[in-house]
Design a protein around this ligand. Sequence first.
Ligand SMILES: [Fe+2]
Ligand SMILES: [Fe+2]
Length: 308
Amino acid sequence: MLNDLKAGQKMCQAALVRVQKVGTSSNGGVFARGMLEDNGGHLAFICFDAVLVEKMRNLEGPTAYMVGGDVDINKFANDMSLQLIIKRLEELVPGDDISNLVPHGDFDVEAYKNKLANYIKAVRTPTLRKLLETIFSGNTYDAFVHNPAGMKLHHAYIGGLLQHSVDVTELAVAMADRIENVDKDLVIAGALLHDIGKIKEISAEIGFPYTNAGRFMGHIAMTSLMVQEAALKLNMPAQRLEQLQHILLSHHGENEKGSPVACATREAFIVHYADEINAVMNQFEQREGKGAWEFNRMLGRNILKEKL
Ligand SMILES: [Fe+2]
Ligand SMILES: [Fe+2]
């Protein structure tokens, strides 16, 4: 993190580069200066490398790079603050550690991983439990516990999908416990899986952009396909698979909200309302302005974020 650095250190990390001035110094050399930013704070920089200065001259706005250089006292500031003398400036490539540039949720990821494992264990129907164990494994599991649940609207931070899915399951199970004639195993499976397609719809890269596949298909269809593929390999009984697919496909509640079918079973209504209330409650956690009332884009209205 930028705010952990000390004078004399060398550093190399992903940071947002904000160029403020590109010019020529009194000795004729070129320079660029500006600010680096990450989740932890910011740090002034200066660069005298002609090739890198040229690169910065052509930037159209703040851009994320892998930045390397020497940390030094900023001689132009009178407050002993630090600056980085940039020696390296490289484009980010997949696999680079960008965790200090993307938003993180304020929750205990390990505790949520445990809750996920416990919900899977709580499923008594063997075919459903096997399906959950198969899907929540390997690369799919890694992406599920890491990815955001949204680009902007709700749970738009690392681990957001895990937190949202587990919290939806908790709410859905609470309802299933109080309502008669509900198949709780189906509710748990439906709630845990309802947004799994988001691991393919939204990228965990900076800005959490939609993927091409995500734009073409959307997470409801992608979720349904992922579950169908896994279920067919396991020879899951057709009727149970159809009931599960119904929960997944109807989880937005109505056709107008993107679901190809509207809820038609107790289990589907329960997962839908649990999903909706969790996404709505998450709006109260996000703070943009300072006032007690704040306009919320997802809900299209002002909501009260603080006690009056
Ligand atoms: Fe969804
Ligand atoms: Fe959801």
